[in-house]
Ligand binder design. Structure first.
Ligand code: M6P
Ligand code: ZN
Length: 184
């Protein structure tokens, strides 16, 4: 007998809303203390993760949508915390649904790659690459993610080291600049 029964979820391809909503996590500015260069004021909603929970094994695929609001903290665009996978070799796919963003990926050795994230992009995040998305537009950035379900989220390494680059508001839109606080 298989372990799981098949099931279907409706994904609103514009808003990212899932129906049924099974597992919703909100992250507000105070939850992101230590992630931005400046200490954020207020308790604005920064992003919402809506998950489709499955058993956290390497036989299953975990999916979620993320809605990242527009905004910035002292010029640093609103972004996700970002994480490595605890199981470092686990990969992930993002499908962009709306808004305008950048996906920053970094290896533990400090290499980094920045890719566009917007409606129609399919970003492949191989194992070993930490990933963080930043909303560089004026509308919510919406994307769908799928990853091997036992991957786990390692936030601690990001809290300690940060990412090698920051995504800052610039004259022509977004500037990707070296992170002066990056701990090698
Ligand atoms: C995507 C996936 C999730 C992740 C979310 C927000 O939906 O990568 O696993 O939780 O983005 O990112 P973070 O966990 O870094 O806050
Ligand atoms: Zn991930």
């Amino acid at each position: 007998m298989p372990d799981l029964n098949p099931f279907t979820t409706l994904l609103n391809l514009t808003s990212g809303r899932l129906d049924p909503e099974r597992n919703v996590v909100e992250r507000r500015l105070p939850d992101l203390k230590g992630y931005f260069q400046s200490v954020p004021a207020g308790d604005d909603l920064v992003y919402t993760i809506s998950g489709i929970p499955v058993p956290e094994t390497n036989s299953e695929v975990m999916c979620s949508t993320t809605v990242l609001e527009p905004g910035n903290v002292d010029g640093e665009f609103y972004m996700t915390k970002g994480h490595f996978h605890i199981q470092r070799d686990r990969s992930e796919i993002y499908i962009g649904l709306g808004g305008e963003g950048l996906l920053v990926m970094a290896s533990e050795a400090g290499e980094y790659v920045v890719e566009p994230l917007r409606r129609g992009t399919v970003n492949y995040i191989p194992g070993g690459w930490a990933h963080r998305s930043a909303n560089i537009g004026s509308e919510p950035l919406v994307f769908f993610a799928a990853y091997i379900a036992d991957a786990g989220h390692d936030y601690q390494t990001i809290e300690l080291r940060g990412f090698p680059v920051l995504v800052m508001r610039g004259e022509g839109g977004a500037d990707v600049v070296p992170n002066p606080s990056y701990a090698v």
